[in-house]
Design a binder for this molecule. Structure first.
Ligand SMILES: NC(=O)c1ccc[n+]([C@@H]2O[C@H](COP(=O)([O-])OP(=O)(O)OC[C@H]3O[C@@H](n4cnc5c(N)ncnc54)[C@H](OP(=O)(O)O)[C@@H]3O)[C@@H](O)[C@H]2O)c1
Length: 260
């Protein structure tokens, strides 16, 4: 690496992960990019090196494999890379009536969204604590505040990320290591007129998340309307929130169905 601080980003090949990679490279970070697939990540790494003189290390891993975080930690140790910032953006989704959705896909979803995020934190946190500085950014979504039928498992993983991040942030008070959970509203990317508009919207959101991370916010929700929604949801009786969502949300047309 170039002697710059290093940010490790999961899910780096697409959407939010790639947007965060751009933002961190622009702010002077070297990068470790974790991706399941090689094809999209190499051009991204070349672009970031050319544009921002970032040193980029690519590690190819399927994060649904339980030993992936330990292997990543071993690879970092072998290459002498110290990670100052961990950004967890990898995710899998699932949509449909729970009784019909694929159990293996949901197991993988839970591995990627919860277990890998937790275990990566477990292996990288000791180094951060030893150095007395570090930042962890867990990307969840506004859905973390609201149980949603037809996405029962996915939504539960978002709630896990929120609760885990809040609890860990409190546990790490005064250590120099902060945890931020970033909860943007899910948006329909097909509404963007072209790829440029889509990428620009993602970069704006990632830049917002970056600033929240460096401001030391624990829960970061972009947009006052979304912060209000989250606050109102928190005030409602728990038994209402699931029922309201089940009433309002479109039901799956015909099972089984994957994420739209
Ligand atoms: N996009 C939105 O509208 C939105 C809004 C709010 C919050 N968020 C949050 O932002 C985060 C990222 O969302 P996104 O839209 O960027 O999702 P995405 O485009 O679906 O990207 C997910 C990333 O996770 C990676 N991934 C999936 N399974 C993996 C596995 N088994 N091993 C390693 N990597 C794996 C994917 O790699 P492959 O391409 O190789 O599968 C991909 O790079 C999520 O936490 C999501 O909740 C997104």
């Amino acid at each position: 690496m170039n002697g710059k601080p290093t940010a490790l980003i999961t899910g780096a090949a697409s959407d939010f992960g790639a947007a965060f990679a751009h933002v961190f490279a622009r702010h002077g970070y070297d990068l470790v990019l974790i991706s399941r697939t090689a094809a999209p990540i190499h051009p991204l790494a070349e672009q970031l090196t050319m544009e921002f003189q970032a040193s980029v290390k690519i590690l190819l891993h399927d994060l649904s494999h339980p030993n992936a975080p330990d292997t990543i930690a071993a690879q970092l140790q072998q290459t002498g890379i110290e990670v100052q910032i961990l950004v967890n953006t990898s995710e899998r989704g699932a949509w449909g009536q729970f009784v019909t959705t694929d159990a293996t896909a949901e197991w993988q979803l839970m591995q990627v969204n919860m277990v890998a995020l937790t275990q990566l934190t477990k292996v990288l946190l000791p180094g951060m604590l030893r150095r007395g500085t570090g930042k962890i950014l867990n990307v969840a979504s506004l859905a973390a505040f609201q149980p949603e039928s037809w996405r029962a498992v996915y939504e539960a993983t978002q709630a896990y990320i929120l609760a885990f991040s809040q609890a860990l942030a409190a546990e790490l008070q005064g250590t120099g290591v902060t945890v931020t959970v970033f909860c943007p509203q899910r948006w329909d990317q097909s509404t963007a007129s072209d790829d440029l508009e889509r990428e620009s919207a993602l970069t704006t959101m990632a830049q917002w998340g970056y600033q929240a991370l460096f401001a030391g916010q624990t829960v970061a929700i972009p947009g006052w309307k979304h912060r209000l929604m989250a606050a109102i949801t928190a005030l409602l009786p728990r038994r209402w929130t699931g029922a309201i969502a089940a009433f309002l949300l479109p039901h799956p047309p015909s099972p089984p169905a994957d994420r739209p």
